[in-house]
Design a protein around this ligand. Structure first.
Ligand code: MN
Length: 448
């Protein structure tokens, strides 16, 4: 796990003025990676600083980086950089801090050849995500959803022993800003015993998640120990794991999620590195006294003490009508990543424990981040659910969300934009943010 060092100091100030504003997501202590392009720049790796991007390709070309990064800095995805060992990741971060700190002798050179405004770029996928696995790590989410689908038996007996996951779809992961089309599929029959219909999804939902992007991989047949897991984690990104609930309910047994999930997932363009998150590590979730201890391969002192991440997450909704009236997005949910029953180190360890090889750029989704209270539920399935009924699907007995236009929502409507934000904040360190993960719902394309 990354230790605190000089790059985390609260006192660091950048010559990029916007990075010193108190409300910026990207102070010099953060330095998240992205991949961007402009009419003048081919797809390049960038680093967020205030409202600007430091072009890593241009830094390499200008001779500002050590030869160790000559190749990785010239790529149009992060994958090669992600595969570097943590010690080298640290060296690069320290060098970037040097270049961007107030008083840097390179400031003029960088300002003229390697600084681009974030408003004038297209963001691309930060890396090639070869494989995507999605977990189910919030016990509150698992309990809420379990009560809807299996009221007698909400939390299955394996939940507290094993980080539950499934293999998701990597090909349909898109970067923030890409519109997402409402899928068409087989929908749950209206009455038990009736035939399903094939139609546009009616219960369209988002899932508030965090994606962990893998750094160094492991060989096929070898597993990663819990104490080594953090060194295989490159960084985190906001993840909206869109869901078609009515398709999901009909298809998910016995093999689990399929077309209800594979049509799209959206990630933020920004990857906040594990090193930037070092000041915000916290103990793992406090299990109830009667809960089982994880098996040995999923437990370590270091994971217990620092496996958690004190990351705050927010979901906003902006409808087309709100947009037309110039209204601000409405906050739907405020959640905390500390509510996860399993840490990313446990998820990664478990994933590789059968010898499955993880590769640089693979993504592990946390599962929907939900807390104990209604305003911390991370999807509309839970948010509008009244929680005191036997079978909440499809759709009945829900309290809709009311919007300032008078519109109401039980699930998402066409034209709605869902916006995620995330940030880490403590009194001892500079606040760092995750940028935005946004997607707008397009109407379904009917095909029969
Ligand atoms: Mn999910």
């Amino acid at each position: 796990m990354y230790a605190l060092n000089a790059t985390h100091s609260r006192d660091l100030v950048s010559w990029v003025e916007s990075a010193n504003q108190p409300d910026t997501d990207f102070p010099i202590q953060n330095l998240p990676y992205c991949v961007f392009q402009t009419p003048d720049n081919p797809a390049s790796i960038g680093i967020g600083i205030g409202d600007q991007i430091l072009n890593l390709r241009a830094c390499g070309e200008a001779g500002l980086l050590s030869p160790d990064f000559a190749s990785a800095s010239q790529q149009s995805t992060l994958n090669q950089l992600m595969a570097l060992p943590p010690a080298q990741q640290s060296q690069l971060r320290a060098r970037i801090v040097e270049l961007l700190s107030e008083g840097s002798p390179e400031a003029d050179k960088i300002a003229s050849v390697a600084l681009v405004s974030q408003t004038n770029v297209d963001f691309l996928m930060p890396c090639n995500i070869g494989d995507y696995s999605d977990f189910y790590a919030s016990v509150y989410h698992a309990t809420n959803v379990g009560s809807m689908f299996r009221p007698d038996n909400p939390l299955l007996p394996n939940y507290k022993h094993i980080p539950i996951g499934y293999h998701g779809r990597a090909s349909s992961i898109v970067v923030s800003g890409t519109p997402v089309r409402r899928p068409v599929g087989q929908l749950t029959p209206a009455e038990p015993g009736a035939a399903p219909t094939r139609d546009a999804c009616k219960l369209f939902d988002y899932e508030l998640e965090v994606g962990c992007l893998v750094g160094q991989g492991n060989q096929l047949g070898e597993s990663v120990s819990i104490d080594d897991a953090e060194s295989h984690m490159f960084g985190l990104t906001l993840l909206n794991d869109w869901s078609a609930r009515d398709i999901q309910k009909w298809e998910y047994q016995p093999l689990g999620p399929f077309l209800a999930k594979s049509f799209a997932s959206t990630i933020s363009p920004w990857v906040v590195t594990m090193e930037a998150l070092a000041p915000f590590r916290c103990p793992e979730f406090q299990r109830d006294a009667e809960d089982p201890r994880p098996l040995d391969y999923l437990a370590s002192d270091s994971n217990s003490q620092f496996g958690g991440i004190d990351l705050q997450l927010e979901v906003f909704l902006l409808t087309e009508q709100m947009q037309q009236q110039g209204l601000e997005p409405q906050l739907l949910t405020r959640g905390s990543f500390t509510n996860l029953y399993w840490t990313f180190a446990q998820m990664l360890t478990h994933h590789s424990s059968n010898g499955c090889n993880l590769r640089p750029g693979d993504m592990l989704g946390s599962g929907t981040v939900s807390g104990l209270t209604r305003d911390s539920r991370g999807c509309m399935l839970e948010l509008t659910w009244d929680g005191d009924q036997q079978n909440a699907l499809p759709g009945s007995q829900r309290t809709p969300i009311e919007l300032p236009t008078g519109e109401k929502r039980k699930f998402l409507a066409d034209g709605d934009s869902v916006i995620f934000r995330g940030f880490c904040e403590t009194s001892d360190h500079r606040r760092i943010g995750f940028g935005i993960c946004m997607g707008q719902v397009l109407p379904a394309t009917q095909s029969t």
